[in-house]
Design a binder for this molecule. Structure first.
Ligand SMILES: Nc1ncnc2c1ncn2[C@@H]1O[C@H](COP(=O)(O)OP(=O)(O)O)[C@@H](O)[C@H]1O
Ligand SMILES: CC(=O)N[C@@H](CCC(=O)OP(=O)(O)O)C(=O)O
Length: 269
């Protein structure tokens, strides 16, 4: 059997507005012989709960500064509320999913990224054995982005970063970053124009110029990590539109500028 891994990341920004076809498409992709793994974020919900608890939410380059109290909130929200509500939504469409975190099976091994960020993990290794075991038994893994260091400490891992590292480790066929905008925009005067494709050089320039900002920074960095795996096509797409996985509308991150139809579409039929 061909190994056809697909890494699909759902941003917290779009969780509540995900089109119902998204769940069905994930199930169809599994039936078509792909091996999908879903990684999810939950940044807005973490910030909401922090605020309710009187804790502040602060970010550096799109990464949350995570102190002891912040980490507890991250664990509860990502591995608890969000992971389980996603499992329930998949289940409603009869899609066979298992919810895990990046700490389970040692999937995401990390070290501290920067002392100033607290419990934010930087990926040192990805151990995909649990993912393979789940696929073999017919399950789609749904992963909350927590990591573990060598001493058994839990860390907050940006979900885009986790998805990029998993895509690279698996040499995924696709990395699809599902978010609340239809790709990367470029300002032309007052108008935001969405780009159909960008190269790593363009992405670097857009980060430096500030055209790519906030949560889009870890997302495009993850896209570049995914692109390091030879066969990985990378797409940033809007999860609120119908059929976002199969139609592949959005911004493609490509090693070199290509004609738009070079990458074959995923078959969900
Ligand atoms: N150049 C850009 N193109 C598109 N979105 C951008 C850009 N720069 C910043 N953004 C912002 O990035 C957001 C997506 O990042 P984020 O909110 O972290 O999403 P997610 O929760 O899906 O990871 C968009 O809603 C948009 O406001
Ligand atoms: C270190 C870091 O920033 N972790 C993220 C994890 C969740 C996430 O990535 O959620 P989105 O996909 O919604 O951005 C956070 O705490 O917000």
């Amino acid at each position: 059997m061909d190994f056809r891994p697909l890494v699909i990341k759902i941003g917290g920004s779009v969780l509540e507005r995900l089109h119902s076809s998204f769940f069905q498409e994930c199930g169809q992709l599994m039936e078509q012989g792909y091996h999908p793994v879903v990684i999810h974020g939950g940044g807005p919900e973490i910030s909401r709960i922090q605020k309710r608890l009187g804790l502040s939410a602060r970010f550096v380059d799109g990464l949350r500064m995570t102190d002891d109290e912040g980490l507890k909130v991250v664990e509860m929200v990502l591995a608890g509320r969000i992971n389980k509500s996603l499992i329930a939504r998949f289940w409603a469409f009869q899609v066979s999913v298992v919810g895990i975190s990046g700490a389970d099976g040692g999937l995401l091994q990390v070290k501290p990224k920067d002392p100033a960020l607290g419990w934010v993990g930087e990926m040192t290794a990805v151990h995909p054995r649990l993912l393979c075991n789940l696929w073999e038994s017919g399950w789609i893994p749904v992963v909350a982005s927590l990591g573990l260091d060598d001493s058994g400490n839990l860390y907050n891992v940006n979900a885009d970063t986790a998805a990029g590292a998993i895509a690279r480790e698996l040499a995924a066929e696709r990395l699809i970053l599902v978010t609340d905008v239809p790709g990367i925009w470029k300002r032309e005067g007052e108008v935001k124009k969405f780009l159909s494709q960008v190269t790593p050089e363009q992405v670097q320039k857009m980060i430096q110029s500030g055209e790519i900002a906030g949560g889009m920074i870890p997302k495009v960095r993850a896209a570049l990590t995914g692109l390091e795996a030879a066969r990985c096509g990378v797409l940033i797409t809007d999860g609120s539109i119908p059929g976002c996985l199969g139609s592949e509308t959005g911004t493609r991150i490509v090693k070199e500028a290509t004609s738009d139809d070079v990458v074959p579409h995923l078959s969900t039929k």
